[in-house]
Design a protein around this ligand. Structure first.
Ligand code: DQA
Length: 144
């Protein structure tokens, strides 16, 4: 089965206890279970608080030709280094779906801009963990 990389940025390891009114009560483990159950894809879910590690994983996606679901978390709003790496992914002809649990546009002003969106294949935001499930469904439709 083809592999999909599900990459999560800073503070998402705290899901479950982090601002549950915004992000819900589910943990990253719950997300992994939901994604694994929903698909035949080999779901490779990872989280890091390190920008460098996240960039390295995008390079790995290119080298292994894996589609990517990316929640860049706060890096969304200011990391040009991550944007450049995402550019390489989509430039290599791979799907990269930017996802967000919350709807950043309905939150503080600094969250309204994403430096990633313009180089992503597309964006899904505001549907809780369903944002990831919808991204997975889109990848399934396009990859097979
Ligand atoms: C987030 C939204 C970002 O603004 C925030 O910094 C996060 C999570 C989301 O999934 O809703 O860490 O990407």
């Amino acid at each position: 089965m083809p592999r999909v990389l599900v990459l999560n940025g800073p503070n998402l390891n705290r899901l479950g206890t982090r601002e549950p009114d915004v992000y819900g009560n589910g943990t990253l483990g719950d997300l992994e279970s939901a994604l694994t159950e929903a698909t035949d894809f080999d779901v490779d879910l990872r989280q890091t608080n390190s920008e460098a590690e996240l960039i390295g994983w995008l390079h790995e996606a290119i080298d292994s030709r894996a589609p990517v679901i990316l929640n860049p978390a706060a890096f969304t709003h200011y990391s040009y280094a991550l944007r450049d790496a995402a550019t390489l992914v989509t430039g290599a002809g791979l799907i990269l779906v930017e996802v967000h649990i919350s709807n950043p546009h309905a939150r503080e002003e600094f969250r309204h801009n994403s430096v990633i969106s313009a180089v992503a294949t597309g964006v899904i935001a505001g549907f809780g963990f369903d944002s990831y499930l919808l991204a997975l469904e889109l990848i399934r439709r396009r990859v097979q």
